[in-house]
Design a protein around this ligand. Structure first.
Ligand code: NOS
Length: 481
């Protein structure tokens, strides 16, 4: 019978999908029905009229739609496990970052038309720039604030016009980081900032983080400058403080990630990496190389240095294949990442063009850190339905969802990226099992040592049960049959 065969076909294919091996309990089924009712409504409205469908639009336009979405509201309450791919200075909400510019003693100047900000003791400004107090600039020029905001966010009403191609958006992105760096590396602000990073995650039901960071030097008003290795101490103290205030939070570990740079800079970064690994093996989970992949040297340019690190027991978590180019030095980073034994792959956007990499990634369970909104804002994909991670999800690859740099595109926490993955990248019938699998994957593939990982999963399971119970009771009148 044709229809029976067809049904069996569809079922078999769906069972290969990420999350397909999860059996939901009766209670979870109830929550799933609530979730899927909302999902179908939103998808059907989008199918009727694409104007209603957030994942096919640029995040700058889509955010308003997502904020009003019932699926999104539910996703926010889901215990999402860990964030495995986010960058040190790009992780708070834009509003929090903006609010920091109201701090006392903060001065500004422009360098080649770009904002630079730094804290000084009154009258002690250095002479590298024409410094003025920001809070004074605000008063004398009413348009100053609007300009300042534009200097610390990629947001624009017309992204396609403002950033005609990928190099334009990356150039602005890197110059934003230049603008905020000395705002954030003033030691007291750095600690408050990082505390808020953890708070944003905690509030979004994310309990652990492996983050990429380049260990910037911090400074005090009195002129003290700390060495990169000392930055680790401030991270660790802030994490301890946060955990004291939020006992359920499980911590954060650093993947030391200098930018792919010239030999001299890289050689000093390698020295830092070796030292950091030796002095802080618990906090330093591994090593990565960052920056716009098409524009910089490939991984293989640093082969000797990487081999040295490897000999010291350093784990790798490489960015690789964050590109639209096929069969070039950039996507070949995927091959070097695998050959060098990477534990996970950052982005891996080009991976579906490399069948042998695909095969090995599945065999060795190397997780792919998918960052949907980042890939859209940094101009690899327009419409989430075209994101290559759809293929990974359909074939049950070890995918985790991450937020990369939420500050600079006006996202917050991890839920916006979960929404894009769930509604835009995964299929129409992908359900609570997929979201549960994303959360479980984030812990399974985290850098946590085995015993801490077991404890983390046990703690997450409690949160999950709790989420199920709370959802059932708060949606009691709306559970479909
Ligand atoms: O998506 C990304 N791919 C590669 N590098 C990135 C991405 N997002 C941020 N950074 C890099 O991280 C540094 C801050 O720690 C940024 O300067 C940027 O080069």
């Amino acid at each position: 019978d044709y229809f029976a065969d067809r049904d069996a076909f569809i079922k078999e294919e769906a069972s290969e999908m990420l999350g397909g091996s999860i059996q939901l309990t009766e209670k979870e089924e109830k929550v799933n029905r609530i979730l899927m009712q909302y999902k179908f409504r939103e998808m059907d409205a989008g199918f009727q009229n694409p104007r209603n469908f957030a994942p096919s639009q640029h995040f700058f336009q889509a955010r308003r739609l997502i904020d009003n979405s019932n699926v999104f509201k539910l996703i926010q309450t889901i215990p999402k496990g860990a964030l495995l791919h986010g960058h040190d200075v790009c992780l708070v909400s834009s509003d929090y970052l903006y609010a920091l510019t109201y701090r006392e003693n903060l001065y500004a100047c422009t360098v080649n038309g770009r904002l630079r900000m730094k804290f000084f003791e009154s009258g002690r400004q250095d002479n590298t720039c024409n410094w003025n107090l920001i809070n004074v600039l605000r008063i004398i020029d009413p348009s100053y604030d609007r300009w300042l905001r534009s200097q610390i966010n990629l947001y624009t009403t017309h992204p396609k016009q403002r950033y005609p191609n990928i190099n334009d958006v990356w150039e602005t992105f890197e110059s934003i980081i230049f603008s905020v760096l000395e705002l954030l590396t003033y030691r007291p602000v750095f600690e408050e900032y990082f505390y808020q990073v953890l708070q944003d995650l905690y509030d979004d039901n994310v309990m652990y983080m492996d983050f990429r960071g380049f260990l910037p030097s911090l400074y005090e008003l009195n002129g003290t400058i700390y060495q990169p290795l000392e930055t680790i101490r401030f991270y660790e103290e802030t994490i301890e403080k946060f955990k004291r205030d939020h006992p359920k939070f499980l911590g954060a570990r650093l993947i030391y990630s200098p930018r792919k740079d010239d030999n001299a800079t890289m050689s000093s970064s390698i020295t830092v990496a070796k030292e950091a690994r030796k002095t802080n093996p618990k906090f330093v989970a591994g090593f990565d190389l960052v920056g716009q992949e098409d524009a910089r040297y490939p991984i293989i340019a640093y082969l000797n240095e990487l081999k040295e690190l490897q000999a010291l027991g350093m784990d790798f978590f490489f960015h690789a294949g964050e590109t639209n180019w096929f069969d070039t030095k950039t996507d070949f980073n995927l091959i070097d990442a695998i050959l060098l034994g990477t534990k996970r792959i950052g982005h891996g956007y080009a991976i579906t063009k490399h069948p042998k990499v695909m095969k090995l990634v599945k065999e060795r369970q190397i997780a792919i850190e998918v960052c949907p909104i980042s890939n859209q804002v940094l101009m690899l994909v327009d419409d989430m339905r075209n994101h290559p991670a759809a293929t990974l999800i359909a074939n049950g690859f070890p995918v985790v969802i991450s937020n990369d740099d939420p500050t600079f595109w006006g996202a917050k926490g991890l839920s916006y990226d979960f929404y894009m993955a769930f509604m835009g990248i995964a299929g129409r019938t992908a359900d609570l099992r997929l979201l549960k699998q994303f959360a479980l994957n984030s812990l399974t593939y985290s850098s946590l040592p085995a015993d801490e990982k077991r404890a983390a999963i046990a703690s997450w399971e409690k949160d999950w049960q709790n989420f199920i119970d709370i959802t059932i009771s708060s949606y009691a009148n709306e559970i479909p049959h």
